[in-house]
Design a protein around this ligand. Structure first.
Ligand code: COA
Ligand code: AMP
Length: 630
């Protein structure tokens, strides 16, 4: 069937379409109700189905001929370690870890925070939670203690699983002091922490609360899979919104498993038994979906890579890993390839490896800029496929669906809507826009399986943030357009969220931190273009009357504050002092225009601006700082 036929069926007969996809998985009880509504009036998939995600991803394969197939390959240039787990070995490790978790009094519906680097135990811990119906929440290792504390307070975990350290190129980052500090900062106190001691750093244990992973697991019995309802949460993953408080995106078990399994074929054109490599981190949604769940549900071998695209040890790392393990697909953020291109512009290191195994290179996480697309295509000779998705959906919203029909690529476009996503471009007033007109990218309800049904502990934040602006539609937060051929162009966020090196961050949160500095009266943070990271944040600050702190000192203090409170991944390096900020007459800062000025883009002077001269003043400051051309 053509893409158009499959896509139309998914929109016109969604229940038949997804019932069929659900049949590919081993349910304990196959759902009778394919699409229903929950008590909040939200569309829910497979409501009366019973299953277990870890069973589907591991035990089922062990019982059906994949027991000796590699399930997970751990490749760590930074720890100088490589390790393979067959499906049987991974199932057994997961069962023992599940037993260890259950022995701490954790059961169905309880939350477990996983704050770990890219080591196999991180993926094992996720699957172990799934095995006993506990809800995991993985926190990315690059976040500071304060961010971890906020997540602890929101998720209220009974247990935290962590490791003594992560390794960033040549540096060992001790995790335990960050965890201790986070628990001190948090109102909610987890009863137990289980810490995996890595040889690179020894963590000091907190008597009565902390346990050693190896000792505890040695005493544990394996635990069986616990049947859960399809709509029971599998995990909570926090993502940046427009305010300081991150949003706990909830993912259910059933819809997620169905869409993950389907996407391996439809989106990635992969066959069971093949090697799939998502070069991301388990702390991000790409890591959840395509390092852990989708490849295993589909019977593939997944690679868990603890390293960087460059410097571990060089810019040939991606090609080395792919060729050594026979990866059929690489999936990474464009920023990773920009980093490789910067170090190896002529692609010499690409030629040093036999990358014949690679069929396709997939990119997501931020807009794939045409120069990066061109470079990767030319140097590797492989098809490069952009696709657009979000933490909220957990899977592709628009892409060039390799397992359905390979469409001509239009650089700059994510290609076509994925099955189940009825993408509509709406204007300010909610009216549908014509091809090539820019507007809000929305999805007409119902969303397909796997998309978030709520925000953890705050359902109104879900409805207000995503559903209320245009009733009947999910608002993605991204802006863009569809062209005459129906290709989707995602041009950037419509809100105060920025994307730094493929990491989603809130400028609102940075403003809150800067605004707390005693010398600062007011501030604005927005994204400015960056050759490597796509975007980086820039702050403008207005001093309180009577303050005369030196500009460099202030900039440095603010940098340290953001680093301390959000973490180094915020890449917040610079604050410029200004005498006034451009505002509307009602006092709203015109951040969008600031962004446009910094990117040297045309902008329309809003009729509501209070003081048009303030824009010229800002332009001068940005010029002096070397951010815009003279
Ligand atoms: N634990 C602790 N610290 C971390 C970390 C982690 N897991 N990840 C990043 N950091 C730190 C880095 O060490 C760096 O610290 P520094 O300011 O003290 O040097 C800071 O956070 C910024 O990191 P990053 O943005 O990763 O910059 P970089 O210069 O180290 O690397 C890239 C640049 C492009 C190689 C890197 O950003 C990258 O690989 N990005 C891909 C992201 C990705 O895969 N996203 C998933 C979406 S698909
Ligand atoms: P995250 O939830 O961290 O995965 O970030 C999701 C956001 O990243 C989206 O809302 C987009 O702004 C951006 N994004 C992801 N993939 C793409 C893409 N292929 N093209 C453009 N933007 C993207």
């Amino acid at each position: 069937m053509s893409y158009q036929q499959i896509y139309r069926q998914s929109i016109d007969q969604p229940e038949e379409f997804w019932r069929d996809k659900a049949q590919a998985l081993p349910w304990y009880k196959f759902p009778q109700t394919i699409l229903g509504r929950d008590e909040n009036g939200i569309d829910r998939w497979f409501m009366d189905g019973e299953m277990n995600t870890a069973y589907m991803a591991l035990d089922h394969h062990v019982e059906n001929g994949r027991a000796e197939q590699p399930a997970l390959i751990y490749d760590s240039p930074v720890a100088d370690t490589k390790k393979r787990f067959t499906y049987r070995e991974l199932r057994d490790e997961v069962a023992r870890t599940a037993g260890m978790i259950a022995a701490q009094g954790v059961g169905k519906g309880d939350r477990v925070i996983i704050y770990m680097p890219m080591i196999p135990e991180a993926a094992i811990a996720m699957l172990a939670c799934a095995r006993i119906g506990a809800i995991h929440s993985v926190v990315f290792g690059g976040f500071a203690a304060n961010e971890l504390a906020v997540r602890i307070d929101d998720a209220e975990p009974k247990l935290v699983l962590s490791a003594s350290c992560g390794i960033e190129v040549g540096r060992v980052i001790a995790y335990k002091p960050l965890l201790d500090n986070a628990i001190e900062l948090a109102q909610f106190k987890p009863e137990t922490c289980i810490i995996l001691q890595r040889p690179q750093a020894e963590a000091t244990m907190n008597e009565g609360r902390d346990k050693d992973w190896h000792d505890t697991i040695a005493e544990s019995e394996p635990a069986d899979c616990v049947p859960v309802n399809a709509t029971d949460p599998l995990y909570i993953l926090y993502t940046s919104g427009t305010t300081g408080k991150p949003k706990g995106v909830v993912r259910d078990n059933g819809g997620h498993a169905v869409v993950m399994n389907y996407s391996m074929d439809a989106m990635y054109g992969i066959n069971p038994g093949e090697v799939f490599w998502a070069a991301s981190d388990v702390g991000w949604v790409v890591g959840h979906s395509y390092i852990v769940y989708a490849p295993l549900l589909y019977g593939c071998t997944t690679i868990l890579y603890e390293g960087k695209p460059v410097m571990t040890p060089d810019a040939g790392a991606f090609w080395r890993v792919a060729s050594e393990h026979g990866a059929k697909a690489i999936f990474a953020a464009p920023t990773a390839f920009r980093a490789i291109k910067k170090v190896d512009p002529d692609g010499e290191l690409v030629r040093q490896y036999d990358i014949d195994c690679i069929r396709t290179i997939f990119m997501a996480g931020e807009r794939l800029d045409p120069p990066t697309y061109d470079w990767v295509t030319e140097k590797t000779g492989k098809p490069v496929i952009d696709h657009w998705w979000q933490t909220e959906t957990g899977c592709v919203i628009a892409g060039n669906l390799q397992g359905i029909e390979q469409m001509p690529v239009k650089p700059g476009s994510a290609t076509m809507p994925a099955p189940g996503f009825d993408i509509c471009i709406l204007g300010q007033d909610g009216a549908g826009l014509a091809p090539n007109e820019h507007g809000y990218i929305t999805v007409k309800l119902p969303m397909p399986p796997g998309c978030l049904p709520t925000i953890w502990g705050n359902h109104s934040r879900f409805t207000e943030g995503y559903l209320e602006r245009f009733p009947g539609y999910y608002v993605s937060g991204d802006g863009g357009y569809m062209d005459d051929d129906g290709y989707v162009f995602v041009m950037g966020r419509m809100d105060d969220v920025i994307n730094v090196a493929g990491h989603r961050l809130s400028t609102g949160e940075m403003e809150e931190i800067i605004g707390r500095h005693p010398a600062v009266a007011e501030c604005a943070v927005f994204g400015i273009p960056d050759d490597l990271k796509g975007e980086i944040p820039l702050g403008l600050a207005l001093l309180k009357d009577g303050e005369d702190i030196d500009a460099d000192t202030l900039s440095d203090e603010l940098k340290q504050r953001v680093r301390r409170e959000i973490g180094p991944i915020a890449c917040y390096d610079r604050t410029l002092m200004v005498k006034r900020l451009p505002k509307t007459r009602s006092g709203k800062i015109l951040r969008r225009i600031l962004r446009q000025i910094a990117a040297d883009q045309q902008y329309i002077m809003p009729s509501t601006i209070d003081d048009p001269a303030s824009l010229d003043e800002i332009r001068e400051i940005l010029k002096k700082a070397g951010i815009v051309a003279g």
